[in-house]
Design a protein around this ligand. Structure first.
Ligand code: NAP
Ligand code: ZN
Ligand code: ZN
Length: 346
């Protein structure tokens, strides 16, 4: 099936119109007409090959909401006309210990990402949501409720689950002091979710202009990380810090803000490695960890939780022709707080 899309043809080329082929749905597949697709900083890291391993043409996009247009004859969960959502994964081995536990993102045999991953069906590479339609196995499709603003639900599929999963895993909640580092797509969901779990939330941002918004989003405090005196006051303050920063930064400054036995979890994935002296962990029994998106069961749990609490993303809906400018604005931290492409413009 010829499908309209936007692709980058090289690491230095802008995204531009392209046509790709989607497979005919197999018996377990669902074909989805994409309505909205969120713009994640990982899309930008990938198309510009900042992490290495990008395959061109590259079609990013893993915050997908749409409507079912066709189903294979073994499909049970979906029928034509239903809403459907796809996040960062479209397949995994389904047999390893992690897959059996619903941790498909950590599939021991390698999960299949929604884009820039080896496609088991075509033998080529997977193409993401900057496209008119997508065909996905029903086991990797999430359900969403009809009465929600769909453009604001789309970013939950990556930004939502990537912050929900570590906050749940490390049991962040009432009585805890939590720092969310970086107020972008992930960060703004981190603030909303941590506040909804009952934690005292502090926004750690290098952008003074974001203070008022951080508080509107649910942060109780705001610390400007460029201001040494504000940083110093936070020494030994936090139980938990969630680091969502996309660019190179000094992890040690934030480790100093942790209490004894505190934990800092990185979800932001800057291309350059971090330098952390062992002593900064030894002194105060501190931990540093990481977390990758979330598995299918937890992603559905997060979507249901957000629906029950009326939590959605704050979005700026864009025409797909604006995507290259949107990337430049994202690099400047000028997003409130997620760009979402209206796929009707493609
Ligand atoms: P984003 O919307 O661009 O937000 C990143 C934020 O980081 C910015 O808004 C800014 O916040 C802060 N920042 C940017 N440059 C900085 C700098 N030079 N120094 C200090 N702070 C800086 O990006 P996103 O979509 O939320 O993604 C964030 C990162 O998470 C990316 O690296 C992405 O690839 C990664 N990611 C990881 C996973 C996972 O599973 N682990 C999933 C999705 C995304 P302030 O202006 O408030 O400082
Ligand atoms: Zn993402
Ligand atoms: Zn597996």
């Amino acid at each position: 099936m010829a499908t309209k899309a936007y692709a980058a043809q090289s690491a230095t080329a802008p995204l531009a119109p392209w046509s790709l082929d989607r497979r005919e749905p197999t018996p377990h597949d669902v074909q989805i007409d994409i309505l909205y697709c969120g713009v994640c900083h990982s899309d930008l890291h990938t198309v510009r090959n900042e992490w290495g391993g990008a395959v061109y043409p590259a079609v990013p996009g893993h915050e997908i909401v749409g409507r079912v247009t066709k189903v294979g004859n073994h499909v049970k969960k979906f029928k034509v006309g239903d809403l459907a959502a796809v996040g960062c994964l479209v397949d995994s081995c389904r047999e390893c210990a992690n897959c059996k536990e619903g941790l498909e993102q950590y599939c021991l045999n390698g999960s299949t990402g929604t884009y820039n991953s080896k496609d088991k069906h075509s033998g080529g590479v997977t193409y993401g949501g900057y496209s008119k339609q997508i065909v996905v196995d029903e086991d990797f499709i999430l359900t969403i409720k009809e009465d929600q603003p769909l453009e604001a639900v789309a970013p939950l599929l990556c930004a939502g689950i990537t912050t929900y999963s570590p906050l749940r895993h490390w049991k962040v909640g009432e009585g805890q002091k939590v720092g969310i580092l970086g107020l972008g797509g992930l960060g703004h969901m981190g603030v909303k979710l941590a506040a909804s779990f009952g934690a005292e939330v502090t926004m750690l941002s290098h952008s003074p202009s974001k203070e008022a918004d951080a508080k509107k989003l649910g942060a109780h405090n705001f610390v400007l990380t460029k201001d040494e005196s504000q940083v110093k006051k936070m020494t030994g303050y936090f139980d938990f810090i969630l680091d969502t920063v996309s660019a190179e930064h000094d992890y040690n400054m934030y480790l100093s803000m942790l209490k004894t036995s505190g934990t800092m979890v990185c979800v932001g994935a800057p291309p350059a490695p971090a330098k952390i002296p062992a002593f900064n962990l030894i002194m105060g029994r501190k931990s540093i960890g990481g977390s990758l998106i979330g598995g299918l069961p937890e992603t559905q749990e997060m979507l249901d939780y957000c629906a029950s609490k009326n939590i959605v993303s704050d979005v700026e809906v864009i025409d797909i022709k604006y995507i290259n400018e949107a990337y430049e604005r994202m690099l400047k931290g000028d997003v409130k707080y997620r760009f979402v492409i209206d796929m009707a413009t493609l």
